[in-house]
Design a protein around this ligand. Structure first.
Ligand SMILES: [Zn+2]
Length: 381
């Protein structure tokens, strides 16, 4: 059972972190993730109490970074860095132009243009070294919500009073709960639960895959007989919508979605109805037909080789990502490396072994090879 373990440890006042300006009222709670891999709540106390103020003191006004949040939650505790009646610099990125929730457009003499921060308590979820949000952190965040609801009656209507940073300004924060809105829904459900039990999985950023251009067709065909397809993203028997004979398929792959630990294609049939089926290379193939009039055609792999469905840009590495001969970082041979920022064609992705983010199946030297999932940012062709 997770305990709230709430501690007040206020940072010193500083014009870039804790101004002491009072909230106009508490209207909403904005949830964030810190995006600081491996940094605990205590680490953030140190950052906002010393590191950032010191850095800012040495910088010209225009270069100073204004940032703060009220409560930092990690898998061990919840730390209140700023009193809950003071303004934090949490969600005014892009100013009023980016404000999506007009109900949070508050003004006062310090912020004549309007600023959501005047009305919000900011809660930050700390991030594990692997970039996930720990189940205990999620559960404790729900307990923090309940604590806030006990102290501020107006927050009791969870659905309308708890928002993501993303909902306020469109920032990709908390990223795992933007890429997968169900994780956010689960946190709100947990907030409304009498007994808060940590989810059985950490919150993970799902590889974002853009919708394919409607002028393109990506047939997804079954390589086997009797392949199940589903009415929604699911592997459950009850959601099976039908079975595909070998060679049959759907004319349009819309995108790939993560379902539990594996991938499915979201597809449309010729009537435009949406279904889901496995994205495993073992069971399906994808044929890509670019629109005939596309001015910029992506480079195609040689005809006899694997077919690319898109490309990834190498990200989240310091210099280069390793290209492996199989999707298992412990057993694979290194075929080469690819520099950060470069792109490489992909045929899909696989779960593989020993990688929480799975592996991209890439085309390297005309053959299939593998790159750890979190090192690639995908764009569909
Ligand atoms: Zn945020």
């Amino acid at each position: 059972m997770i305990k709230l373990n709430y501690k007040e440890k206020h940072i010193k006042k500083h014009p870039t972190t804790r101004t002491g300006i009072k909230l106009l009222r508490v209207q909403a709670v904005v949830n964030h993730w810190t995006a600081n891999y491996g940094a605990s709540a205590e680490n953030h106390f140190k950052y906002f109490n010393e590191t950032l103020p010191n850095q800012n003191d040495d910088l010209p006004e225009d270069d100073k970074r204004y940032a703060s949040a009220h409560i930092f939650v990690d898998k061990h505790k919840a730390l209140e860095l700023v009193p809950l009646n003071e303004v934090c610099f949490g969600a005014n990125d892009g100013g009023t132009a980016r404000l999506k929730l007009q109900t949070l457009r508050a003004t006062d003499s310090s912020y004549p243009e309007g600023n959501a921060n005047l009305l919000c308590i900011h809660v930050e979820m700390c991030v594990e070294p692997d970039g996930t949000i720990h189940p205990d952190t999620i559960a404790r965040t729900a307990l923090v919500h309940q604590y806030l609801q006990r102290n501020f009656k107006q927050l009791r209507e969870t659905k309308n009073r708890f928002v993501r940073h993303f909902d306020v300004t469109g920032k990709n924060c908390p990223a795992p709960m933007v890429s997968n809105p169900n994780l956010w829904k689960e946190l709100l459900e947990l907030t409304d639960s009498k007994v808060v039990i940590p989810p059985n999985k950490p919150a993970v950023i799902e590889a974002k895959e853009e919708n394919t251009d409607s002028s393109k067709t990506n047939w997804v065909r079954s390589k086997v007989d009797d392949l199940r397809y589903y009415s929604k993203p699911s592997w459950e028997d009850k959601d099976v919508a039908g079975h595909l004979p070998k060679g049959y398929g759907f004319p349009q792959a819309v995108r790939k979605v993560r379902v539990d630990n594996a991938w499915q294609y979201e597809v449309k049939n010729s009537e435009g109805e949406t279904y889901y089926l496995t994205a495993s290379e073992e069971f399906v193939s994808v044929e890509h037909k670019p629109a005939t009039s596309t001015a910029q055609k992506p480079a195609k792999p040689r005809k006899s080789g694997p077919i690319a469905i898109g490309e990834i840009k190498i990200v989240n590495v310091s210099a280069a990502a390793i290209i492996q001969d199989r999707p298992d970082r412990n057993k694979s041979k290194n075929l080469g490396t690819i520099q950060k920022g470069r792109t490489i064609q992909v045929t899909g992705s696989v779960k593989g072994e020993n990688s929480d983010s799975g592996y991209w199946e890439v085309i390297y030297d005309g053959d299939l090879a593998y790159i750890t999932g979190k090192f690639g940012k995908y764009s569909a062709y």
